[in-house]
Design a protein around this ligand. Sequence first.
Ligand code: FVH
Length: 300
Amino acid sequence: MRTHENTKVGMIGLGNMGRALADALLSGGFQVTVWNRTAAKADPLVDAGASVAASPAEAAERSDVLVVCLLDHAATRAAVLTEEAGTALKGKALVQLSTTTVDEVEETARWAETNGVAFLKGAILVYPDAIRAGRGEILYGGPKDLFDSWRPLLDAMGGQPCLVSGRPADTVGPTSACYSFLYSALLSFLHGAAVCHRSGVPVEAFTRNVIEPFVMGGSLMNFLNSAGRAADARRYDEDLQATLDVWNDALRQTIADIEAIEIDTATLRPFKALLDRTAEAGHGQEDIAAVFETLIADKR
Ligand code: FVH
């Protein structure tokens, strides 16, 4: 029976996220061997009980499973997808947590198969502090028996592992969808913060008095659930609360107001163009969720 204490984990990459993963594994009682291109980043982890390998292949040699969290696929290819590491990992497992594209996941999967290495692709959706606190969501793709057999390790790295598919590359779609939402939300928040700042409202007050009740009070989820149901059904005329034309006119006024105080509206103009195109396509008197039809119809 594999226990935390007798499971040897190799951790490749000690950037902001890799260090958090290594911290979480050490806190979970695993035996951790680390490698990083810039060796000094390993020092605090050695103080916390990790040992250091001279190369990724040596970390693989000394481990049952290798967890990779490097900048990208190019770094992974250079450091991990080598003949030496392949030989050292034969019969063991690789967990790739770096952000990569579908083609790159498939290249890693081919490398793993060629070398007799079991492979899980993971996609991290949270900041390092959430991983350390055990409330970090990570999506996984790979064989279910592999996911299940490494579950204690995956639980230790953030506490919220979720298997989305038996195919490693299938993690990329939901991850891109989540990042698309996150980038829009974060950049839109910063845009709102800039508008408040220019209007003399402290960003902290905007966050506390406007955004927090909107998010925590459930209004945002109401908007999202309603739009999601309409998109899934592809029906935009049921339970109509506000027409797309009304949303579009309010956006026109919002852009004019924000331009008047000389804050850039670059984040809003693509949304206006999307609403205009959706209205031109005949959805003006329907729900704003009809934008979904424009998005799946073309790539302009
Ligand atoms: N940090 C986060 O919150 C996000 C959450 C969402 C998912 N990401 C992904 O995690 C991967 C690593 O991100 P990171 O934040 O840890 O990134 P850095 O702190 O910049 O560390 C990068 C590590 O990669 C090493 N590295 C870079 N290039 C190479 C190379 N050519 N050969 C070997 N190693 C390389 C770098 O080494 P060093 O600069 O310390 O020597 C770091 O270990 C990433 O895919 C995010 O999208 C994190």
